[in-house]
Design a protein around this ligand. Structure first.
Ligand code: DAH
Length: 341
């Protein structure tokens, strides 16, 4: 067999072997056997020295052509192996995203969210509009426009989270009544639910963040009687029974007169227990008639307009409704607690 015939034979063999590679590692091994430094094709070329110049040319040329063809076969085979690899992988490694899971647990609304929605329904059924406001407020919207003097203790750093730019995290949803007063044309009835922030020591009844619903009614000849009636409708619907109320004097710079609205204790029914400290009453909702200065500060004439406002603490209400003794549960993210609602 001359060198040229030998080359043909090697090529045929190489072609078959490379084509039958089972994976890329196998392919590399087979390639090496023919095209590597000590490969069969390479060693044939080493024997060229013994040939005549004429033969060197033709056989050399042929060997080069064959090695080029083999390189092409190698890269084609490599591509095929890759696709095959992906195909096999995708057949082996898959999962059905629509597969029905054995046990799924649907999420539930947080009790604060639930009570917020309930109260929103009650108020919208009485013709109130729902208003919103940002958690980061200006000092003016949170304090100034509500008739807080510059040296009012509530502005103190101990109560308020101030931001570097002079704004603050709103300490109450009363900032929402300011926004409504400035935007709406009276008469109007709004509630404004939201999260509020105070720099406070955390304990069973205090959190640095909690939820309120602000309410405001502005119109002609609005009286404390209108306010009380609205509160009683609200409470009897939240607690699903007649709730006794009483008003005590309170103090807030943006209402005059200001009241604290108490309800008869929902735990003992009014006979006295540890929750109501034997008094039979629970403090629930501060409220009052809109202070004339608040109208003035927000561009309305206090001789023309009257109104009432209230602030309802949602955490407190949830605690009363479900008999929860520690506010920290509400913000704990504890699923065993939350799943009960
Ligand atoms: N903003 C008050 C607070 O968080 C609560 C409040 C009191 C709201 C009296 C009112 C109100 O609208 O009339 O302490």
């Amino acid at each position: 067999m001359n060198l040229s015939e030998e080359l043909d034979k090697i090529f045929e063999e190489a072609n078959r072997l490379i084509g039958s590679s089972v994976d890329e590692a196998d392919l590399d091994k087979n390639k090496n056997e023919y095209l590597g430094k000590k490969g069969k094709l390479t060693s044939v070329l080493k024997n060229l020295a013994s040939l005549s110049i004429e033969e060197k040319k033709t056989v050399g040329q042929k060997a080069n052509d064959l090695s080029k063809s083999l390189e092409e076969i190698v890269s084609k085979t490599r591509e095929n192996l890759k696709t095959k690899g992906f195909k096999e992988q995708s057949e082996k490694e898959w999962f059905d995203v629509l597969r029905a899971l054995g046990e799924t647990e649907p999420g539930t609304l947080h009790p604060i969210t639930k009570i917020q929605y309930e109260i929103e329904d009650i108020f919208t059924s009485m013709g109130f509009e729902i208003w919103d406001g940002p958690e980061v407020e200006t000092d003016f919207n949170n304090f100034g426009a509500l008739n807080f003097t510059d040296d009012h203790p509530a502005r103190d750093m101990q109560d308020t989270f101030y931001l570097e730019n002079g704004n603050l995290l709103r300490t109450h949803t009363s900032a929402i009544q300011v926004r409504a007063l400035r935007k709406l044309k009276p008469p109007f009835k709004i509630i404004g639910p939201g999260r509020v922030f105070r720099y406070e020591e955390v304990d069973a009844s205090h959190e640095t963040s909690f939820y309120q619903i602000e309410g405001m009614v502005v119109g002609k000849d609005i009286s404390a009687g209108n306010m009380l009636y609205t509160m009683e409708v609200l409470l009897s619907r939240v607690f699903e029974k007649e709730v006794k109320t009483r008003l005590r004097p309170g103090f807030f710079p943006f209402v005059e007169p200001a009241f604290e609205l108490d309800i008869n204790c929902q735990v003992c029914g009014g006979s006295g227990c540890s929750v109501c400290k034997q008094s039979g009453w629970l403090e629930l909702m501060p409220c009052g008639l809109v202070h004339p200065n608040v109208f003035k500060l927000n561009g309305l004439d206090p001789k023309e307009w009257t109104g009432f406002a209230f602030g309802l603490g949602l955490d407190r209400l949830v605690m009363m409704k479900y008999g929860i003794h520690d506010i920290r549960y509400l913000h704990s993210g504890n699923l065993r607690f939350l799943k009960q609602f």
